[in-house]
Design a protein around this ligand. Structure first.
Ligand code: ADP
Ligand code: MG
Length: 400
């Protein structure tokens, strides 16, 4: 069933609690990259322009002891938000109590308030009480009491049951998705639950063990699964091929055999690889067919595999990509990831979806992101979504 979204709500004069993902890289109070703040702007602006009083909550980093707090204050984030919105933003340096409640009471329609890092609640009086990340029922109830409606736009934490997402939602009459969350549900949820066929999944990255859940879930739904990246060579080993010094998970070879048996010709492995003498961009390297020679490790898929993958992809209507095709961080082994990314950009009739932390970094770094339909904002959350798991943060959003 479709989920309630922020555009379904009557916001005028309402105190709108909003869970956003402001978990930006920060060092000595300086924000490294404000992509996540920028990504949250459409929903914040919408609420403000429709007369809501926006009360923003987010976590920032991990807080395990009192000393972690000063460096992870939300104050610089509130300042950056104010610059980006080009209007004043109230920052409240606490997560509960009179100061916060008074500040909320003082808001006018359209105002924006940011409260302190929700994970400050994880440590109280020096004790690691995990009220936020352990979803303390009293905390969710208290935060819910501060607003009239709840908007959850933080997909990146949707796979966690925390007080600031699930806790608030379970004490609220209505929880709506923000625009970012709505897009994640539409694209990733849509691909997993109701894909347009042919549906092709491209799975790569380092390890089979990280992706077992995704392979299992997508085997039942996809028409083809293209395998690349480091996990390829555990499958090679399972087929009795030579793998040289390539990445391999010996304890997963039997599992890889089972997957190969079950998948039949649905699973497509690379037929050639770029191999190097060392895990080093400057190492001697070459392209080989099939077996990986002794003394070499495979670090990218080869040109023949790229062409074969493109041949499968060209008729696809839905493509989900998780995990790079090679060690894209090194330019000599980035070709596979780059070419597949560029090719996806030409598939204008298909929904092309990228999920996963490194995969997202790869398409952004290689400059192919803006040609794709959807780049997920959540690494861990997108993986669990692709595994077919119910994400508690999404489950807690009201149905339309
Ligand atoms: P994601 O975060 O998108 O889910 P992963 O974390 O599973 O992706 O995998 C990303 C990592 O896999 C990258 O750091 C990349 O260098 C590495 N990788 C890809 N191919 C290989 C390979 N052939 N050998 C070793 N590492 C690889
Ligand atoms: Mg990763």
């Amino acid at each position: 069933m479709a989920k309630l979204t922020v555009s379904d709500l009557d916001l005028k004069g309402k105190k709108v609690l909003m869970r956003v993902d402001f978990n930006v890289p920060i060092k000595d109070g300086v924000i490294g990259n404000d992509n996540r703040i920028v990504a949250a702007l459409p929903t914040i602006k919408y609420v403000s322009e429709h007369g809501g009083k926006a009360i923003l909550l987010s976590h920032l980093g991990r807080i395990k002891k009192e000393e972690d707090k000063p460096g992870l204050s939300m104050r610089p984030v509130a300042e950056r938000l104010s610059n980006l919105l080009n209007k004043p933003v109230t920052f409240v340096p606490t997560t509960e109590g009179k100061q916060l409640e008074d500040a909320i009471d003082g808001l006018n329609d359209g105002d924006v308030l940011v409260m302190e890092n929700t994970r400050y609640e994880d440590v109280k009086n020096g004790e690691n009480v995990k009220r936020e990340s352990g979803n303390d029922p009293e905390l969710g109830k208290y935060w819910a009491s501060l607003g009239d409606v709840f908007v959850n736009d933080a997909f990146g934490t949707a796979h966690r049951s925390h007080a600031s997402n699930v806790g608030i939602a379970s004490n609220m009459g209505q929880t709506a998705a923000g625009f970012l969350m709505e897009k994640e549900i539409k694209f990733i949820g849509g691909a997993v639950d109701n894909p347009e066929h042919p549906f092709v999944a491209i799975l790569g990255g380092a390890k089979v063990s990280d992706k077992i859940g995704v392979i299992d879930n997508l085997l039942a739904k996809a028409d083809k699964i293209l395998i690349g990246g480091g996990m390829t060579y555990t499958f090679y080993a399972a087929k009795g091929m030579k793998i040289g010094n390539s990445l391999v998970e010996k304890d997963k070879i039997d599992l890889a055999k089972e997957i190969l048996d079950k998948a039949g010709d649905k699973l497509v492995l690379p037929t050639d690889s770029v191999v190097a003498e060392k895990f080093d961009n400057d190492a001697a390297h070459k392209t080989v067919d099939g077996d990986i020679p002794d003394g070499y490790m495979a670090l990218d898929i080869g040109p023949k595999s790229i062409a074969e993958f493109e041949d499968v992809l060209k008729s696809a209507k839905t493509v989900v990509w998780n995990g790079p095709m090679g060690v894209f961080e090194m330019s000599n082994y980035a070709e596979g990831t780059l070419e597949i990314g560029k090719f996806l950009g030409t598939l204008t009739e298909a929904k092309t979806i990228v999920g996963g932390g490194d995969s997202t970094a790869a398409v952004q770094q290689l400059g192919v992101a803006d040609k794709l339909s959807h780049i997920s904002t959540g690494g861990g959350a997108s993986l669990e979504y692709l595994e077919g798991k119910t994400l508690p943060g999404i489950a807690a959003i009201s149905d339309k």
